[in-house]
Design a protein around this ligand. Sequence first.
Ligand code: FES
Length: 200
Amino acid sequence: MLNPLIANIANVPAIVLGAIATLLVVFVTSLKGTGWEPAADISDELLERRASAVPETDFPEPGNRAIGGGGGGGAIPAGGEGEEGELEDAEAGGSGPGDIPEDEVEYFEVEFVKQGETVELSNNEPILEQGEDEGWDLPYACRQGQCVSCAGRIADGPSEDFVEHDNQQMLEDAEIDNGYTLTCVAYPRDSFSIETGEAP
Ligand code: FES
């Protein structure tokens, strides 16, 4: 009978051979791949199934779910005058004071009192942007009508006699009546003089 120590030593090459064989099997398997294939794209099928679950409507295109409107169309009342016009407006991205077609743009003479210049401003861009286009360093922060950093004052009367605000949220009626405007969301509607950097 062999001494146990000698028997263990004799087993070492067998262990090494076993490890090499295992690595070889793993290597060959990885070369062949596992045969797994990604599932086919089922998004079209899912869309079809969802579309079939939405009731048919009488809406004209594109409100009809047939082009993918689905649930969004449900909020629009069916029938009635001007329905298509509203849909077209929505498609065009809304109807804010700056959404004026290029061929209908008007220009007004605007005096920037502190800058000592009078320039022509279009009615489809905010006063702030057009002043910056002139190279003036005008004050601003949010550019969304939610602070008063860009405020200016039109001394000739209520500011909304001369500009249209696009969703300004800071000025009160009395301040607007006193000529204050937020230039980042104010679109010229007439000629006027403005002092920039004037907050109520
Ligand atoms: S920059 Fe904030 S309201 Fe105009």
